[in-house]
Design a protein around this ligand. Structure first.
Ligand code: DC
Length: 223
């Protein structure tokens, strides 16, 4: 049996990578892992258990605990979507031992996707560069900071969480800066990745653009 195809999707928060990943996973019957939720899970537990804001050792211990008992169901907690948890995720994800603890489970998901999936889609910041550097399809999905802040504000408000556009825009900019400039696995485009700017695209149009790129690779059987 040839290996199942892997699609790597990276990009900044609210750039549209999640929408694209979910949309193409549904159409292609691929399993999807939103890797940001792994870091958010660790970030949430860290906020509850840390001694102080410099206590990154506790984050590494928590990341190893998640890796040891990983189950996709753990990532369904709606509390993982809050801004506070996103911020904590961005901080702990810059700590190399946290990333190391979560690496194997992501690679394992990519090569052994659960269920009867025809392949795996992983979205995050370092999927094409570190987690699955040999993925045959790599997408880098982005949008302007203003559009991303607008989308994120709506998303948070729809979840019933307090959010203003100005505050979210500032947080988006701070998180981008941290994710792009960290020493380990920074957010970046990699050789072979195709960029999609979703600033002026609807959700469906973004999914269709990604599907067009994937189909042109002729990676999928029966296309
Ligand atoms: O995609 P997200 O906004 O849910 O991610 C939350 C944080 O987790 C993000 O600011 C950086 C970190 N992250 C990461 O370092 N590597 C990934 N593959 C995914 C997320």
């Amino acid at each position: 049996m040839p290996p199942l195809p892997i699609i790597a999707i990276d990009g900044p928060s609210a750039g549209g990578k999640g929408t694209i990943a979910k949309g193409i996973a549904r159409v292609l019957n691929f399993a999807h892992l939103e890797t940001g939720l792994l870091y958010r899970w660790v970030g949430k537990a860290w906020l509850e258990r840390r001694d102080n804001s410099d206590d990154l050792e506790t984050a590494a211990v928590i990341a190893q605990e998640l890796a040891d008992r990983f189950d996709l169901m753990l990532l369904n907690d709606p509390a993982l979507r809050s801004n506070e948890v996103a911020e904590a995720a961005s901080v702990i994800s810059a700590h190399p031992p946290v990333r190391k603890a979560l690496l194997e489970l992501q690679r394992d998901f990519a090569v052994n996707p659960p269920g009867a999936a025809w392949g795996a889609i992983l979205d995050g910041r370092d999927i094409g560069s570190v987690v699955c550097p040999d993925a045959p399809i790599k997408l880098f999905v982005t949008a302007s900071p203003e559009i991303r802040a607008e989308r994120r504000t709506k998303e948070l408000q729809n979840l019933g969480l307090a959010a203003t556009y100005e505050q979210v825009l500032a947080e988006v900019a701070a998180r981008d800066e941290r994710d792009r400039t960290r020493a380990t696995a920074p957010l970046q485009t990699t050789a072979g990745s195709v960029e999609i700017d979703t600033s002026n695209l609807s959700a469906q149009e973004s999914i269709d653009v990604a599907l067009g790129i994937i189909r042109r690779t002729r990676l999928l059987p029966d296309e």
